[in-house]
Write a protein that binds this ligand. Structure first.
Ligand code: NAP
Ligand code: ZN
Ligand code: ZN
Length: 334
């Protein structure tokens, strides 16, 4: 016997297509069947829009419908979310030290289980990689936290941001508008760097203390040099323009997914000095902390809701590509 559910796949035409995935209807091990209730649309999904046959979406939230024989925590009716990673080996050094996002056998969106995603009616994932959603956070609000929120919280939390720091957030999109809120609630001074003035008011409302627009500027001016800079733009920025506003000992977290090389003036790396610390998403213990922190401090994404249909997905992706989403698109099954 088998179980068939709806999924939406990338398509070479650029218009994702409704399709189906079939799984055995008997759940094995610690696998969990869930019904999707909301999915965020992350900037990374745009890279796979034309990836034929790849099921899209990795900011999923749903309700547990059934649990496998080895499940210990979840039960029918629980609200859960999942993100970019959905399995790892469990026994390597990275897994044993809470860094399973770097496990050599990690199972990530795009690279593993391409027949499942969060643009779907259902999904089956391991209990160990599902996260209970706090009661205070709605399904739609939780979805963007599963990748976007986790990624920016991880940069701050895993690399020990202090409340005394000045944190720069570059790019006010899905990731950036959450980074502003997390850093502000952690007590940091938050300086936002955005391409134009247009998002200033909203950035300040979300907790920013200062706002700098880069358009037409050769030299950037900030009241306090940045101890840490989270770069959440959809492409790499002009790194040379950013170096002069970094504090001695600053850390840059490049979070953008971009195919090019990292090119930065070399001497400041030594003389300022600068640390460059990349990272992807968040290991599970940090993802859990992030959800608790967001619930406690009322951190909520600013959403645009679209129907989870072929037309709704195309509309949301077109808007995201044009930089017109304010600030995270969430797809809701019809
Ligand atoms: N490292 C990770 O684990 C991880 C996880 C998730 C996503 N990502 C990556 O993070 C990036 C941001 O994702 P997102 O979902 O936040 O995307 P997004 O909502 O599109 O936000 C990106 C922001 O970048 C700025 N921007 C727009 N067009 C740009 C361009 N052509 N060049 C440079 N900047 C531009 C805009 O901010 P302003 O208007 O303020 O300038 C925009 O709001 C993407 O590259 C995504 O793939 C990485
Ligand atoms: Zn993502
Ligand atoms: Zn491992």
């Amino acid at each position: 016997m088998s179980f068939t559910f709806t999924v939406f796949k990338g398509d070479k035409s650029g218009a994702p297509k409704k399709s189906t995935t079939t799984k055995p209807d008997k759940l094995s091990g610690d696998s969990v069947l869930l019904k999707v209730t909301a999915s965020g649309l992350c900037g990374t999904d745009l890279h796979y829009r034309k990836d034929d046959g790849m099921v899209l979406g990795h900011e999923g939230v749903g309700v547990v419908e059934a649990t496998g024989p080895l499940c210990k925590v979840l039960k029918k009716g629980d609200r859960v979310g999942w993100g970019y990673e959905h399995d790892s080996c469990g026994h390597c050094h990275q897994c044993l030290t809470g860094a399973e996002t770097y496990c050599p056998e990690r199972a990530l969106y795009v690279y593993a289980n391409r027949d499942q995603g969060s643009f779907a009616s259902h999904a089956i994932w391991r209990e160990a990689f599902l996260f209970k959603i706090p009661d205070a956070i709605s399904d739609a609000d939780a979805a963007p936290l599963m990748c976007g929120g986790a990624t920016v919280f991880n940069a701050l939390n895993a690399y020990s941001a202090l409340p005394t720091e000045t944190v720069g957030v570059m790019g006010v999109g899905g990731l950036g508008h959450l980074a502003i809120q997390f850093a502000a609630k952690m007590g940091c001074r938050v300086i936002v760097i955005s391409s134009t003035e247009s998002k200033k008011e909203e950035a300040m409302r979300l907790g920013a203390h200062e706002f700098v627009a880069t358009k037409g500027q050769t030299e950037l001016k900030v009241s306090h040099p940045l101890d840490r800079l989270l770069v959440t733009t959809s492409g790499q920025p002009d790194w040379a323009q950013l170096v002069p506003i970094l504090a001695p000992g600053a850390t840059i977290h490049p979070l953008s997914v971009d195919g090019g090389n990292f090119s930065i003036p070399y001497l400041p790396l030594i003389a300022v000095p600068i640390t460059v610390q990349g990272s992807i998403v968040a290991p599970r213990y940090i993802q859990k902390r992030m959800l608790e922190f967001a619930a406690l401090h009322q951190i909520r994404p600013v959403l645009e809701i679209f129907p989870m249909t072929e037309a709704g997905i195309v509309e949301a992706m077109d808007k995201l590509e044009k930089g017109q989403i304010h600030f995270r698109a969430v797809l809701v099954p019809q």
